[in-house]
Write a protein that binds this ligand. Sequence first.
Ligand code: ATP
Ligand code: MG
Length: 218
Amino acid sequence: MGTEILTVENVAFRYAGTPVLRDVSLRVDAACTVAVTGANGSGKSTLLHLLAGVEQPAEGSVRRRAGCRLALLPQRTSGIDALPLTVAECVQIGRFRPRRRLDRDDRLAVGAILERLDLARLARRRLRELSGGQRQRALVAQALVQAADVFVLDEPTVGLDAESRRRVHDLLGERARAGAAVVYASHDTADATLADRTLRLPGAGDRTVADTTPLIRR
Ligand SMILES: Nc1ncnc2c1ncn2[C@@H]1O[C@H](COP(=O)(O)OP(=O)(O)OP(=O)(O)O)[C@@H](O)[C@H]1O
Ligand SMILES: [Mg+2]
């Protein structure tokens, strides 16, 4: 068996007939981080939705390795503010499994990620009472606490200060070194260069997409 966890081949996608992605191919391997970059509206979120199975391609194929567990951080998360969740509860949701209570490993994982993202002192605060960056860190924590084989994160560091961005990227690297595949969207070039590989989506007017070779190997 190869190391690929996600395979995208010659994918096209349209919203109500309007083309967004054309001929996109991408392979995402275990133990690898991939950044999807491109201008606003280039289709980064759409591609991540295809990877996660939230949307289906009009042409081409998206394959996920059988049985792979996928954690998704969407770009739009305003719905969660309607719930009276604390930071701790928000992160615990990442460990929920049907008909199972959280066990010791789950509690350790939650405690560890709260510390790593400097959220421990905010654990009892409600999400809706947080600053934008604090809230974003809680949502990143909910995604990264999951026992997943692939993490698909849409703009995980948006709105974060430099220290918080560093903490998130440290965690992404750790998840990859532990064997997971990590895909994240970012329109920030500095953010993207931290990944093992980048896929740059063309803006309007360009027609094809290049799956580029490694930029920087940490
Ligand atoms: N639900 C939708 N219905 C119709 N068009 C959509 C929908 N979602 C996105 N689009 C359009 O598809 C294109 C790609 O959107 P997408 O959200 O994937 O871009 P993006 O690269 O993630 O942008 P950003 O950097 O702003 O997050 C845009 O032109 C957008 O207007
Ligand atoms: Mg987007």
